[in-house]
Design a protein around this ligand. Structure first.
Ligand code: ADP
Length: 259
């Protein structure tokens, strides 16, 4: 009888703990939803005034009779406003791709085309740093299934990071391969590399490495958070392999289009 009483007591305690944990999970989920809504609303409210400020700054800068000091101030304001616009746009995208009520509308997407376009767009920045930007992919289309613009964004963020965090004269390679029912998109660089500790936080919103060389590059810390959410909602996976001072490889696995 004592044993039964003991077991019953433990079962009640377990049930209470379970109920409490369940309640906690629900509270955390509600807070997370609130945070996402707050970010979306604030970003939305900031977007229009910022666009207006940009327009006015451009108009003022076009005026012919400005003193040197005024020109310098206007240029500084434009740089600051540009940065705010970029943060707000990234925040809006982050909330869009994190919204469960806005799922991906899947369609076949040619990743080969996306890689070519992204490499084309990034080549100017790479040339400026004498970085060799290479593509290793089949000639024919490589079809994944998902949203074209979102997958373009994944590729663009990874390639622009690789160029940004690779010192002059380095090398960046974007590769594509079909592996069974998955497509692998990888982006390797011979850049700064990422410490094992930082690797654990890379996909968190606003995370930026403490490495001073990486910090000296401009950025918002939102690029990889966006990449990881897009990959997640495409039912894909992302992996990183990196060594400080040697370079990094980001590998994305996405479901291939059937056939
Ligand atoms: P951002 O580049 O705007 O800071 P990201 O979310 O794209 O934001 O990247 C987060 C951080 O991860 C960067 O600040 C940088 O420290 C590190 N990182 C990302 N990609 C690379 C890379 N290819 N090589 C070295 N560090 C990287």
């Amino acid at each position: 009888a004592l044993d039964i009483g003991h077991d019953l007591g433990r079962a009640i305690l377990n049930a209470r703990t379970f109920e409490r944990e369940h309640q906690l999970v629900e509270e955390l989920q509600a807070l997370d939803t609130y945070k996402s809504q707050l970010i979306a609303t604030v970003s939305h409210e900031l977007k229009n005034p910022l666009t207006a400020i940009m327009g006015h700054l451009e108009m003022l800068e076009a005026s012919p009779d400005l003193t040197g000091t005024t020109r310098t101030s206007l240029a500084a304001m434009e740089r600051g406003t540009n940065r705010m616009v970029r943060v707000v746009e990234d925040l809006l995208l982050l909330s869009k791709v994190g919204d469960p009520d806005n799922p991906v509308i899947p369609a076949p997407v040619d990743l080969r085309r996306i890689v070519d376009d992204v490499v084309d767009l990034t080549s100017v920045a790479a040339e400026r740093k004498a970085i060799e930007l290479a593509v290793d992919a089949p000639r024919e289309p490589v079809l994944a299934i998902g949203d074209h613009d979102e997958l373009d964004r994944v590729c663009a963020n990874l390639v622009s990071n690789a160029v940004k965090y690779t010192p002059d004269g380095g090398q960046v390679t974007v590769a594509l391969a079909a592996c069974g029912d998955e497509i692998m998109l990888s982006c390797s660089d011979t850049g700064l590399g990422i410490s094992a500790e930082d690797q654990g936080h890379l996909f968190r919103e606003f995370f930026r490495s403490t490495n001073p060389d990486a910090r000296s590059q401009p950025g918002t810390g939102l690029g990889l958070a966006i990449v990881s959410r897009i990959v997640q909602r495409h039912r894909g996976r992302i992996e990183v392999e990196s060594e400080l001072g040697k370079g990094s490889t980001f590998r994305v696995l996405l479901p291939a289009a059937p056939g």
